[in-house]
Design a protein around this ligand. Sequence first.
Ligand code: TYD
Ligand code: MG
Length: 461
Amino acid sequence: MAKDKLIFFCQNCGYESAKWMGQCPACHEWNTFVEEPAHPKKSQSADKAGAMGRKSVPRRLSEIRLDETNRVKTGIGELDRVLGGGIVAGSMTLIGGDPGIGKSTLLLQVCRALTDQGMHILYVSGEESLRQIKMRANRLGTFGDTLELLCETNLDTIVQVIERTQPQAVVIDSIQTMYNEAVSSSPGSVSQVRESTGVLMRIAKGMQISVFIVGHVTKDGSVAGPRVLEHMVDTVLYFEGERNASYRVLRAVKNRFGSTNEIGVFEMRSDGLAEVENPSEYMLDGRPEGASGSVVACSMEGSRPIMIEIQALVCRSNFGYPRRTANGTDFNRVNLLVAVLERRAHLNLSSSDAYINIAGGVKMTEPAVDLGIVLAIVSSAKDIPLDDKTVVFGEVGLSGEIRAVSMAQQRVSEAEKLGFETVILPKANRKSIRLPKDSKIRLCPVESVSDAIRLIAQGKR
Ligand code: TYD
Ligand code: MG
């Protein structure tokens, strides 16, 4: 028998190479190459399911009927919004995130919400024992009787169980623990993960089962091993958050059935994940009053404005080389904004350290937070506290100009709703904003960074 050809795969990004390499030329990770068979034997279950499980006959576009009922609302509002309105039957969703962030908890809660609607769910765990899952389930509350658990890592067995029990949704926790006997490499390797996902994809499409798979992420933030996996599935959700902070953000990075701009915010409690309906209040909780270097900025996350507190600490540098750090926002952006301040607003920061932090550990990279960062730095450097009831948004350009941002109206309305009294915003956005007659909010349009600095320095907020 001819020997199977072996190829080296990068376990991080799926790059293929005929020879072993120390560093992957595609993702630049070190020591990630592992030898795997070039063409894994055809999986038997894949053959059985056939291409998408049906006969391959082309159909006219007009003949295809859309069934509105094939989207199921989970009842977990934050998740439904991220998914684009609910779970689509026959879809495959990948949930990625760091270990311990709450992926299994979230999916078990999804199971609970779906069993409440009488759906028949199969939860397959390759990581935890039945008793461990039961213990977790007890913390979450009571479950309907239509949830079945299976501790298994052999994909063929799982496929047989799915075919026999015909559940409406399946959870695979996690894809890295699954193995397919037809592929000789070890679980978690590129070929295994790719092949297992393929098999599950055919099941999802062929039997119209919604499949959720959990994927672990590597240190650089992508789903471990195969990026290929992201191409295969319909929806990719990332679950992120600081481990020591209790809130979690669910973000869609790919969604074939909805927008990728929405985020869902949850809080990890002792009885599982609770939805956070008003993230702004949550993020601003515990804000220092009258302290310099603290600015409330408004960032849009999808269709939702979220208020965040930007903190800056500027102090004299003890070394010749000033330090800059950015926590929760883009480091390069902070450097750029410091440069703009030095050149356009003549603020000398060359012998000062500047530390920027988005309070609460969220990540905000929208350009509209630029003005917030700039004013936080100025406020700290000049020790001028901003009024507590002021919100700031606007993009800063390289000439120090404040550029218009999208959805200014929503941002202002949200600020008003939360009891803020003053909004510092780009001048170009001013005319598009309609305020209700009895509105108490004061709009302070600014054209340039120097304008904004003058405004806060005068205390005319
Ligand atoms: P888990 O869902 O196991 O994370 P993942 O599957 O992403 O690895 O979440 C584990 C963490 O969540 C664990 O550190 C404990 C915490 N947790 C709570 O705080 N409250 C709860 O009700 C549950 C179930 C977990
Ligand atoms: Mg888990």
